[in-house]
Design a protein around this ligand. Structure first.
Ligand code: ZN
Length: 485
């Protein structure tokens, strides 16, 4: 964006008047933003990622001076890693007249074993603001999306677009390191602004300490982590626990900026447990991480207890115990009780399954016996014409083989259980050709089916042959009825 308005031309004048970054500042930026490392492998020695020098170093040394470039490096043991790269932001605070200026630099470093490290630094954002006013920026264009975050183009006046979050300003970078020799307007100095403020937005913090006495208090008492929460997206938590925070300040208990989320989380938990949030005993734990871990474990145990209780109630219902679940005891005994009940439930179910299977088998045997009794009279029936023979299916196995050979449902649909049908099989030599169902109530052919339920080439011959012999079937049927009676 070219300077169009008077204000924009003025802004560019400010920008042009700023000096270049000094050698000292560049050295400070890289020294503080990146750790110097050496990679040690078992076979190829140790490589300094600063200068590329490779040498032999005994296994127990974890930090040393590189014999070539004299850089103090920490040693990392690795099998595969050969390179590393990183990006950081560094800021320098200056003033010009009544204007506060925050200059933000992007730093990049590429390291590879066997090569000298490559570095790049350029200024990407200049913020200009007066106390209590919106910032104006001269910046390179910042592109942010799901996996891209980069600067490009020239330093120009940029509009501050408020995009997906109404309070998100893409030209307000929260820098990793600030150059310690800072220039701030007297009003900020009076309110306690100091180079200690790192890893948070200078702009938001400076504006906050003018209008928000809580932010100012946090800054002056060096509660930088809580200050970051206050000017960031946990402002409501600082509000909620302000009385506890005052206890911390009074007791000189510093909530470290890396632990601040843990501390707020911990406060949420003890608040639920109805602990006294005004007591240093509770809000200033000397071993925050440990006590937080204990609280988390307790919470987990309660969740587990709830789950077990639910299972236990289910089991009690399963065994039809008349009253409400009566168990009272600790987690461990509840666990044992649930285990015991689950085991007996499983045993009961195992027995039930066996019983069900036995009943099913008994039913099959019964049906089979009835069929064998019925079919006995038809065993000697056989009709022949040419090479076709028709006989009754004589056993359940016979039904099974018939349905296997002709791929139809005479077995699976239990035709052997039909008391008013006679099932016959038409064969040429030993080959099964069609299956015939004859009604034993009106002595008619109900169906005659070949492979896949379709008629075979011999269908009309087979039907003619069976029709001709229906009187013979009827005679056997009547005979069997007479014997049974
Ligand atoms: Zn080196």
């Amino acid at each position: 964006m070219k300077a169009r308005t008077k204000a924009q031309r003025l802004l560019l004048e400010y920008s042009d008047s700023l000096g270049e970054i000094t050698k000292d500042q560049v050295k400070y930026a890289f020294d503080k933003c990146f750790t110097k490392t050496g990679y040690r492998t078992k076979t190829k020695g140790t490589g300094c990622l600063e200068c590329g020098h490779v040498w032999q170093l005994s296994a127990e040394i974890t930090a040393c001076k590189c014999p070539n470039c004299k850089a103090k490096i920490t040693i990392e043991d690795t099998t595969k890693k050969k390179s590393d790269q990183g990006k950081k932001y560094f800021s320098v605070l200056e003033t010009s007249g009544d204007m506060q200026i925050v200059r933000i630099y992007e730093l990049q470093k590429w390291c590879e074993v066997g090569h000298k490290a490559r570095i790049h630094i350029w200024e990407v954002v200049q913020q200009f603001f007066r106390p209590g006013e919106m910032m104006q920026v001269v910046a390179r264009c910042r592109t942010t999306s799901f996996n891209i975050d980069s600067f490009g183009g020239q330093l120009e006046c940029r509009k501050i677009h408020h995009t997906y979050r109404s309070d998100f300003n893409k030209y307000d970078i929260w820098t990793d390191v600030t150059y310690p020799k800072i220039e701030v307007l007297p009003i900020y100095e009076r309110n306690g602004y100091s180079p200690l403020v790192e890893g948070i937005s200078h702009y938001l913090t400076m504006q906050a300490i003018l209008r928000d006495c809580k932010a100012e208090t946090l800054l002056k008492s060096n509660q930088i982590g809580l200050l970051a929460c206050r000017v960031g997206n946990r402002s409501h938590k600082v509000e909620e626990y302000w009385n506890s925070i005052k206890i911390c300040i009074r007791n000189k208990y510093n909530v470290g900026d890396e632990e601040v989320i843990t501390w707020l989380d911990y406060l949420d938990m003890i608040a639920k447990d109805k602990k006294d949030l005004h007591s240093p005993k509770w809000v200033c734990p000397p071993n925050l991480k440990e006590i937080h871990a204990k609280k988390v474990a307790k919470k987990q145990m309660e969740a587990e207890l709830g789950h077990l209780w639910y299972k236990y109630c289910d089991l009690v219902r399963y065994f039809n115990e008349p009253t409400e679940p009566t168990f009272k005891g600790k987690l461990i005994s509840l666990k044992l009780e649930v285990k015991r009940l689950t085991a007996s439930k499983r045993e009961i179910e195992r027995r039930l399954t066996i019983e069900r299977k036995e009943q099913a088998a008994m039913k099959v045997r019964e049906v089979e016996q009835q069929f064998m009794d019925r079919i006995a009279s038809y065993k000697d029936l056989a009709f022949k014409k040419g090479n076709i023979t028709i006989v009754a299916l004589r056993s359940i196995d016979d039904f099974f083989e018939e349905s296997q050979a002709l791929k139809h449902c005479v077995f699976s649909n239990e035709y052997y259980a039909k008391k008013d049908s006679l099932i016959l099989s038409a064969r040429i030599k030993d080959e099964r050709i069609e299956t015939i169902e004859v009604s034993l109530t009106d002595f008619k052919v109900i169906q005659s089916r070949g492979k896949y339920n379709s008629p075979s080439a011999h269908n009309s011959d087979i039907v003619a042959l069976i029709k001709k012999n229906l009187p013979a079937i009827r005679k056997v049927y009547k005979e069997s009825r007479r014997v049974a009676a």
